[in-house]
Design a binder for this molecule. Structure first.
Ligand SMILES: [Zn+2]
Length: 88
């Protein structure tokens, strides 16, 4: 009778291990999708300009005299360069 219990326990354990192994791909889905990252990067790119506050698709970043990082749009880049800000 003991061998029957042993077989059942071994079977139960192997099924549990099999299910645990099958579940693994779900953990892989936690990996950030590249498309999501790109979508977020796209949002970050449409930040408002530090000077004119207009949302720009592309900002150029400069370090101000106060050591702050400012993002400026194409129109305000000349202003930032006049202020001798350091491009980052
Ligand atoms: Zn601007």
């Amino acid at each position: 009778m003991l061998w029957v219990i042993t077989v059942v326990v071994v079977l139960a354990l192997s099924i549990m291990l099999y299910r645990a192994a099958k579940r693994k791909p779900k953990y892989d889905s936690k990996v950030v999708k590249l498309s999501d990252v790109r979508a977020r990067a796209g949002k970050a790119a449409s930040q408002p300009c530090s000077f004119c506050k207009k949302k720009a698709a592309k900002l150029t970043f400069y370090a101000s005299e106060q050591g702050q990082v400012v993002g400026v749009c194409g129109d305000c880049r000349s202003q930032a360069e006049k202020r001798s800000m350091l491009p980052l």
